[in-house]
Write a protein that binds this ligand. Structure first.
Ligand code: F6R
Length: 241
């Protein structure tokens, strides 16, 4: 694992953007796995700037997002499709057809999960997967549990995740209770993983993930088994590493 310890959120964002930009420059047709949440927002802003300055070209890039809430339409302000549109896709030269987010409104959610895994396989797999990490060590919506969910699946959000995500909604009641999420096998199949962490609230989860045992109780700990993980964090998030 390579670790970049950056001074603050902005430096973390710039470093993450440099790594993604290098991936796109070296392989313009890359399949990027993308995450939402607060952590990658600054990195997406940097990428938008680079794209608008003509330094990186998204025209051949394809993307697959990690997850989507069940029951939210793509136009809902808190849906992850909307998030991606607002933070990245709407500002760079990527074709919308080349961007993929699970369909949280699918009539048959189990079939939607299978479709999503087939789609990723048909695209040739993910070249670089961006991840954030929950305070409880979740990646995607793979929550702590007794086993690692392998494929894309319908995940029940834990109370801790509902509480953490309530800040984006008018009230806690409005936070969806389920999401579609790539599974651990899907994530580990990515050729390279870029994990971004920021803030002291993540320090314990980072320490548990990388200093503790590999266990589904701390889903991010499974990243210890991947051969090409880049961890980019600010000094607060990495303070216990
Ligand atoms: C988002 C996702 C989640 C977040 C995690 C951290 O697509 O899959 O696992 O990465 O909840 O969220 P933030 O960045 O808001 O702390």
């Amino acid at each position: 694992m390579r670790i970049y310890r950056e001074a603050d959120y902005q430096a973390m964002s710039r470093r993450g953007a440099d790594i993604l930009a290098a991936q796109i420059l070296l392989c313009p047709g890359s399949v990027l796995g993308l995450a939402t949440g607060s952590t990658p927002v600054g990195m997406y802003q940097e990428l938008v700037k680079e794209n608008q300055a003509g330094k990186i070209d998204f025209s051949k890039v394809q993307t697959v997002n990690l997850d989507e809430y069940v029951g939210l339409a793509p136009g809902h302000e808190q849906s992850y499709r909307y998030f991606m549109q607002r933070n990245l896709f709407g500002h760079v030269n990527i074709s919308l057809d080349a961007t993929h987010v699970p369909d949280g409104l699918a009539a048959d959610l189990a079939e939607e999960c299978r479709r999503y895994d087939r789609l990723i396989e048909d695209m040739g797999g993910v070249d670089l997967q961006v991840l954030g990490m929950g305070h409880n060590g979740h990646i995607g919506f793979n929550e702590p549990g007794d086993f690692f969910p392998l494929d894309t699946h319908v995940a029940d959000l834990t109370d801790s995740t509902i509480n953490a995500n309530a800040r984006f909604f008018d009230s806690r009641d409005q936070v969806p209770r389920q999401a579609l999420s790539m599974g651990i096998r899907t994530i580990l199949r990515a050729r390279r993983i870029l994990l971004l962490v920021s803030g002291k609230g993540k320090a314990d989860a980072v320490a548990a993930a990388f200093h503790g045992p590999v266990t589904p109780r701390v889903p991010a700990s499974v990243l210890q088994l991947h051969q090409d993980v880049i961890l980019v964090g600010d000094s607060e998030a990495l303070s216990r590493l």
